[in-house]
Design a protein around this ligand. Structure first.
Ligand SMILES: Cc1ncc(COP(=O)(O)O)c(C=O)c1O
Length: 472
């Protein structure tokens, strides 16, 4: 122990923070680490951001392909956002949400409710997406307890889903690998199929696939009992699962089944919210559904401040107010609920979205999709898909078998490494590259991005051929 302490003291004296890569390797635990390298890993060190670009520690400028983690929607280095955070911190840096409130959070809730579909009227703020999903689920449990339905707590989720890294939200996750070594509240969750058209059974039409998904949903409720199921949680477009755009009409049909069975529909818009599909929320404006709750985070502040939240239906709140248990306590709150700095920057971010960024996204998205689609010419690419300014290039060993893994365990990482050299940060996901650039990206910048990705994939194909891993 003394030796570790001496080392720490020597480090602090020597570095003063100048050798961040080395310090990170010794003292940081990165998210999603492997046991064999936990606490001993350095990742690309990013020093600056500006618009759609970030600069790494070697001075290389990169297009920020994933916009951070699907979040830097209005781009890096927006002075308006920095200034509003400074001004709010100087006016009021924090207030306790237990006994007091602040104006930015109330104004933001009003504006968010104004953009939300149906009767979603009230916002509970959290610190990010996981805590937003967690809050929605705890609210569902509370709601059913107060209504005298304590058995109605199970949650429907789907393969390919990602809903967070807190215990309950993570229990909903359905991507391969995520849960192999992790525990979860499995007894509370029922997993259904991912609505992934690319992975539908060979020879099945899209219409038949949609029917299959809907029947599975309905049959599961019939088997388990609607009186046992409290909520369905779903991303309108499964983001981290590989930008899975569901077949037309699927979400509307699921929404109706939930309504018919008194199951709360929670639309997880942590990625799709705040402009990614050209609208503040995609549930209503893109998919025509009015959920009981919408969870959001990320783009609400364009990543400038950790903030998330749940928008809750007026109907549910009214039921609670009128219930026989006016003294039932929703024992749930976070120190940073309704943070004034987060809400102030979110208000300014929403101004930017409303005053041009949403319209720009709508204008540029078809071009983004069309250019990305040209990558299907490459034999390693099985499918390019997407909507709005989110896209995915899925690589497969061959298009017939669509096998992603015979190729290599981490083809996405190989592509990312080449693209990094060429000036583009990619979000690699096993055999997929996910692209979700800042929404302010121009057509010329889309051309640059796609050209680099094309070259990165071509170089990867060369590598795989040389290594004899692939014969495409
Ligand atoms: C759809 C979705 N929900 C929830 C989360 C969790 O959000 P956070 O990482 O802010 O806790 C994510 C994160 O990527 C997400 O994509």
């Amino acid at each position: 122990m003394a030796a570790v302490r001496d080392l720490k003291a020597a480090e602090m004296a020597a570095h003063g923070g100048d050798d961040a890569i080395e310090l990170g390797k010794r003292h940081l635990i990165q998210p999603w680490p492997y046991a064999g390298s936990v606490g001993a890993e350095a990742r690309a060190l990013i020093g600056e951001g500006d618009g759609i670009y970030i600069t790494d520690s070697t001075g290389k400028r990169l297009i920020d392909g994933p916009a951070g983690m699907w979040c830097v929607n209005v781009g890096h280095r927006r002075e308006e956002l920095a200034r509003v955070m400074y001004d709010q911190a100087m006016a009021l840096s924090y207030n306790t949400p237990w006994y007091t409130m602040n104006a930015p959070s109330a104004e933001l809730a009003m504006r968010i409710a104004g953009h939300a579909p149906g009767d979603l009227s009230h916002v509970f703020y959290t610190t990010g997406g996981s805590s937003a999903v967690e809050t929605a689920l705890r609210f569902m449990q509370f709601y059913n307890n107060v209504r005298g339905r304590p058995e109605k707590k199970l949650i429907l989720s789907r393969g390919g889903a990602y809903h967070g890294s807190t215990y309950l939200s993570a229990s909903l996750n359905g991507r391969p690998r995520d849960r192999d070594w992790m525990d979860g509240a499995d007894e509370l969750v029922i997993k259904l199929s991912s609505p992934d058209p690319f992975r539908r059974p060979h020879g099945m039409s899209l219409a038949a696939f949609t029917d299959f998904l809907v029947d599975q949903f309905r049959d599961t409720i019939a088997r388990v009992g609607a009186d046992k199921i409290g909520a369905f949680v779903g991303e309108p477009v499964q983001a981290s699962g590989g930008v899975v755009v569901p077949p037309d009409g699927y979400l509307k049909r699921i929404r109706q089944i939930c309504r018919d069975n008194d199951i709360l529909y929670v639309s997880d818009e942590v990625v799709t919210g705040f402009g990614r599909l050209g609208h503040v929320f995609a549930s209503g404006d893109v998919f025509g559904i009015d959920p009981d709750m919408i969870t959001f985070a990320k783009g609400v502040t364009s990543g400038y401040f950790p903030l998330g939240g749940v928008i809750i239906s007026e109907r549910l709140l009214e039921e609670l107010r009128r219930s026989n248990h006016p003294d039932a306590l929703f024992g749930h709150g976070l120190t940073y609920t309704s943070h004034p700095v987060g809400c102030a920057v979110a208000l300014k971010n929403l101004d930017l979205l409303e005053q041009g960024v949403l319209a720009h996204t709508q204008a540029v998205a078809p071009y983004f999709q069309a250019q990305l689609k040209t990558l299907e010419e490459l034999p390693l690419v099985g499918e390019v898909r997407g909507v709005g300014l989110m896209g995915c290039v899925e690589c497969v060993a061959d298009r017939e078998s669509k096998d992603p893994l015979q190729l290599d365990k981490d083809v996405g990482k190989r592509i990312d490494a080449h693209c990094h050299e060429l000036g583009l940060l990619v979000r690699p996901l096993i055999n997929m590259c996910v692209m979700s650039p800042p929404l302010i990206i121009s057509r010329e910048q889309i051309d640059d991005m796609v050209a680099i990705l094309r070259e990165g994939i071509s170089r990867t194909m060369d590598d795989l051929r040389k290594e004899g891993v692939w014969r495409g």
